[in-house]
Design a protein around this ligand. Structure first.
Ligand code: NAD
Ligand code: TYD
Length: 355
């Protein structure tokens, strides 16, 4: 079996669902269930004995030791993290605690477990760390996309904490020989995305008749990857990646934020038109920029294609259509994640941002 951490979050839940759709190998899912963890995303696995959910912290060494000794996983995939840049600006400490200290404790316990495995199991064991393109910092408009050898230049507390965790993972390979792999992926979108991030936030606000907040001039560029393509890349790297290597994962889909929002608005006009027949784009509102806002990210995903034969299946046009439809079809999931805590976050992040 495999152990997944953070499997109740956006990408982790998609990964667990896809993994069990593709194979019968059981998954132990260790998740702290922070505000971002949601068991409703895994409701279809409620009676599935292949999914073993454990609520807990990746920094809890005793719990980790118990889980590894009981289940003897052949691989660990580390999704667990604090993941939202805006939250890292308001309250960075939890990012250091989970992303840095949590990954460190997970690595330590994993190392002792791995050292005690029999030769064959030891050789086949893998630790895959899921990371982000944000560790590379910001690109100018004409600079080439990030390759795996691009210098680390993180600019937010979030990206700095992920960079620190990437370095720790790397060091466990070079120092102890732990068979690690790291993936650095661009912005994901798709089902089960918590509506604090741009695309689901825009869908929720549009349908509720609220403003669609665009930070600064909306010309910041991100590369966007449909989440199920990210999941297939991770499966590919865990099975065939070379230990100690990092793989950049991206969708070859660079777009400015304003175009992302306009595309979502157009799809909503088509599939769920406003009662007054006006366009959703009318709700777009330019607001005060994010502090230290990175201007551009772009991923060069040639290495993973060349060496492992992976490439994305969805274009942005096909992926965003599926995503908007999923949100329209899953209004109960969406309503249930908008708890009091969610509304408090909206007040904290958006109130007082000048329009
Ligand atoms: P998310 O915030 O939706 O989910 C994170 C999950 O981790 C939640 O279920 C949460 O409960 C859990 N968690 C948090 N702290 C924990 C702890 N201490 N112990 C155990 N569980 C804990 O995040 P996501 O968007 O699914 O991202 C998953 C991973 O992928 C992260 O490591 C993130 O840095 C990385 N990543 C995300 C993106 C993206 O666009 N979302 C892109 C590239 C990489
Ligand atoms: P986000 O989804 O938070 O992901 P990340 O910061 O990891 O890239 O944001 C994507 C882009 O959208 C980013 O450039 C910030 C911008 N953005 C807005 O313009 N308005 C918003 O309300 C949010 C949440 C993000």
């Amino acid at each position: 079996m495999i152990l997944v951490t953070g499997g109740a979050g956006f990408i982790g839940a998609n990964f667990v669902l896809d993994w069990l759709a593709e194979s019968d190998e059981p998954v132990i899912n260790l998740d702290k269930l922070t505000y971002a963890g949601n068991l409703e995303s895994l409701a279809s696995l409620q009676d599935d004995p292949r999914h073993i959910f454990v609520q807990g912290d990746i920094a809890d060494k005793e719990l980790l030791k118990q889980l590894l000794s009981k289940y003897q996983p052949r691989a660990i995939i580390n999704f667990a993290a604090e993941s939202h840049v805006d939250r890292s600006i308001h309250a960075p400490e939890e990012f250091i605690q989970t992303n840095v200290m949590g990954t460190f404790h997970l690595l330590e316990v994993t190392r002792h477990y791995w050292e005690g495995l029999e030769a064959g199991d030891k050789e086949n064991f893998r630790f895959l760390h899921v990371s982000t393109d944000e560790v590379y910092g910001s690109l100018h408009k004409t600079e080439p996309a990030f390759t795996e050898t691009h210098a680390y230049q993180p600019n937010s507390p979030y990206s700095a904490s992920k960079a620190a965790s990437d370095h720790l993972v790397r060091s466990y390979y070079h120092t102890y020989g732990l068979p690690v792999l790291t993936t650095n992926c661009s912005n994901n979108y798709g089902p089960y995305h918590f509506p604090e991030k741009l695309i689901p936030l825009v869908i929720v606000n549009a349908l509720a008749g609220k403003p669609l907040p665009i930070y600064g001039d909306g010309q910041q560029i991100r590369d966007w990857l449909y989440v199920k393509d990210h999941c297939s890349a991770i499966r590919c790297v865990v099975e065939a990646g070379q230990c100690g290597e990092t793989y950049n994962v991206g969708g070859w889909n660079e777009m400015p934020n304003i175009e992302i929002v306009q595309t979502v608005c157009t799809l909503l006009d088509e599939h769920s038109p406003r009662a007054d027949k006006q366009k959703y784009a009318q709700q777009i509102s330019f607001v005060t920029d994010r502090l230290g806002h990175d201007r551009r990210y772009a991923i060069d995903a040639q290495k993973i294609q060349r060496e492992l034969g992976w490439k994305p299946q969805e274009t942005f046009a096909t992926g965003i259509r599926k995503t908007v439809q999923w949100y329209l079809d899953n209004q109960t999931w969406l309503a249930n994640v908008q708890s009091g805590a969610y509304r408090e976050w909206l007040d904290k992040n958006y109130q007082g941002r000048e329009v």
